[in-house]
Design a binder for this molecule. Structure first.
Ligand code: AGP
Length: 634
């Protein structure tokens, strides 16, 4: 997820671009740049690594004059975050400049073809193929050249393009990445989202997939990729900047929860081609993987829970024993790993101190190391033997949601990848499973749409919990002190079995970290070994009980809890009448899916429960107390 911004009008463009990029910095902040038509034969540009303030400083030293410009703030997906890979990217004559948000899936193939026809590449990015394609097709008509270039591209994009031979003009296009046009008075704007436009205009055009836009200072023309005019109404938006950054959602966390189906779809589209798994950035060869006899996953917090799900996945797909360890335990345990071991470190930030230390320990012991990470060129991704990126975009909320499901999606793909290497799955089975996997994002989407429709019901249930908990507290304190039993606890127990057990831990962690409510995740089979003593009329018990091989066991657990007065909130497969009869008061339904892929689906209600509870209690959802987004200290 990157931020792009464009301006054409009568004002000096440079300060407007910088201001616009600052509003978009939350979308990506590892490098930035600007390209300006300065009236000469070539485009003037400046690019810097790091935050936008570095670009601002560079432009203070070397200002760029001009009235038409495009800018970019980057969240790197391909190519280390550095000045060369920063956008904009220019053709070899510096006549044409492009900024891009998205992923070009067939960039490697296009790059080879373009190099053969003489294009000289300066960067490692996928984006650079776009500007060389446009240069290849340019015949003094930028709009046609962009239209022709996009026909060669497969992937997602929001692009803005300028050419030194067409002053005052920006050409843009959109496919599965956001893009908005801002309409001004003898000036027009372009941005990845509304937040960057609001200080100039609230009259906007929300561009649609397949649209190609030509913007001059006094005109905006939209056509489709075949050149036919399209009409998009200009609308007045009444969001403030903060709301716009969250896409109209009240918090980044809920926005990121809703991004999950799209991210998993993008991962599948980028990584699966002709029923084969592609990890282009992975530097470990199949022959190296073939030497491993065991896998150890290390991670912290939510990433650790992803690793626990990964155990079920990798053992099922690759038929290799998998151990999972919290990084803080692994690093001090003198772990028994060596040349026969693949150590997989999972980390959203790529900077978690304990996981970094665990990776170094594994390398020191000769293990093969692989990182699943969301941040290019992070410490973990630089030090591991191989890396696979989740491409989930910046996760702003401290509570991890979209990174978690992106990690799970990559673990499934890694399982398929190993199955291909170790020949542990027949092709027919692989194709069947991949087909099922492709249907998962739409099931995730259905849960979120149902939540949107029933949001008030969710809020009411959270309020019920709040009322019940405080009524019990009042009853407790109004009782004669000598007769009081232990105080009621607003306590949640999360139960799951098999591949859904780690989600019981993840659901409990979400509730703890954003609603500050005590919660414990447990394998449901453990209830008899102690936790059932907690059950009276107090704790709320979230039971992850979709259709599965252990469904009947979950039913027994629920009956035992109900017999002792506990309140159950079961997460069930839609149409589960048996559970609805057993527990008529509450239930959360998920679409039917195979048990194997169900963690990607059952985790969404768990994230929403935590979100609704925290909102009910008025907590600071995006920045919970005592927590940091990345724990870089031990
Ligand atoms: C999860 O919601 C928490 N923010 C935290 O547990 C987090 O998962 C953990 O600190 C690991 O972070 P990482 O993925 O960046 O390594």
């Amino acid at each position: 997820m990157c931020g792009i911004f464009g301006y054409t009008g009568r004002k000096e463009a440079q300060p407007l671009i910088i201001q616009g990029l600052k509003h978009l910095e939350y979308r990506g902040y590892d490098s930035s740049g600007v390209a300006i038509q300065n009236g000469l034969y070539s485009i003037a540009f400046e690019k810097t690594r790091g935050k936008i303030k570095n670009l601002e400083e560079a432009l203070r030293r070397h200002p760029l004059g001009g009235h038409t410009a495009i800018g970019h703030t980057r969240w790197a997906t391909h190519g280390t975050p550095n000045q060369l890979n920063a956008h904009p990217h220019l053709d070899n004559e510096n006549k044409i400049a492009v900024v891009h948000n998205g992923i070009i899936e067939n960039y490697a193939h296009l790059k080879e073809k373009l190099k053969k026809s003489g294009a000289r590449f300066r960067s490692e990015t996928d984006t650079e193929v776009i500007v060389h394609l446009i240069a290849k097709y340019y015949r003094d008509d930028l709009e046609s050249a962009v239209r022709r270039a996009l026909k060669d591209i497969r992937g997602t994009y929001a692009i803005a393009v300028i050419c030194s031979k067409e002053p005052g003009r920006i050409v843009a296009a959109k496919l599965d990445s956001p893009l908005v046009v801002g309409i001004g008075d003898k000036e027009n704007f372009l941005a990845s989202d509304v937040s960057a436009l609001l200080e100039h205009t609230n009259q906007v055009i929300f561009v649609e997939n397949g649209d190609l836009i030509v913007i001059n200072r006094d005109s905006v023309k939209l056509t489709n990729l075949s050149g036919r005019p399209v009409h998009r109404p200009s609308v007045k938006v009444d969001w403030n900047v903060a709301q716009a950054k969250k896409g109209g959602f009240p918090h980044f966390m809920i926005k990121e929860i809703f991004e999950q189906p799209g991210i998993v779809t993008a991962i599948l589209r980028e990584r699966i081609r002709n029923a084969k798994i592609h990890f282009d950035e992975l530097k470990i060869t199949a022959s190296e993987f073939k030497k491993i006899k065991k896998i150890v996953v290390i991670a912290c917090g939510t990433a650790y829970h992803a690793g626990l799900v990964g155990k079920y996945i990798l053992e099922a797909f690759a038929d290799i024993p998998v151990g999972v360890d919290t990084s803080s335990e692994f690093r001090y345990r003198n772990p028994k790993v060596g040349k026969d071991t693949l150590v997989i470190a999972i980390s959203q930030s790529g900077e978690t101190a304990d996981t970094l230390a665990g990776l170094r320990e594994a390398k020191a012991k000769g293990a093969l190391t692989l990182v699943i990470c969301n941040v290019l060129a992070s410490s973990l991704s630089r030090e591991a033997g191989g890396v696979i990126y989740t491409h989930a975009g910046p996760e702003i909320a401290v509570a991890s949601t979209k990174a978690y499901t992106a990690q799970l999606a990559l673990l499934y793909l890694l399982g398929f990848y190993f199955a291909g290497i170790f020949k542990t799955l027949p092709n027919s089975k692989m194709r069947k499973l991949l087909k099922e996997f492709f249907q998962i994002p739409s099931k995730m989407q259905r849960i979120l749409e149902l939540y949107k429709r029933e949001e008030t019901e969710w809020a009411k249930n959270a309020h019920d919990f709040n009322k019940r908990y405080h009524a019990q507290l009042e009853k407790y304190f109004s009782t004669d002190p000598l007769k009081r039993k232990r105080s009621p606890n607003g306590f949640f127990l999360y139960l799951g079995r098999g591949i859904n057990f780690p989600n019981a831990l993840e659901g409990a962690l979400k509730l703890k970290e954003i609603a500050y409510i005590p919660a414990e995740g447990y394998p449901a089979g453990e209830m008899k070994h102690g936790p059932i003593a907690l059950i009276d009329e107090n704790p709320w018990v979230i039971c992850i009980a979709p259709a599965s091989g252990t469904y009947e066991k979950m039913i027994s657990n629920i009956q035992e809890i109900k017999a002792r007065g506990g309140i159950i909130i079961p997460i069930i497969t839609e149409g589960d009448n048996q559970m609805r009869k057993l527990n008529p008061l509450y239930s959360i339904e998920i679409p039917r899916c195979s048990e194997l892929f169900s963690p990607l689906v059952t985790v969404l209600p768990l994230q929403l429960i935590a979100y609704c509870a925290a909102r009910e209690f008025g907590e600071d959802i995006d920045q919970p107390r005592n927590l940091a987004k990345s724990v870089t200290v031990e």
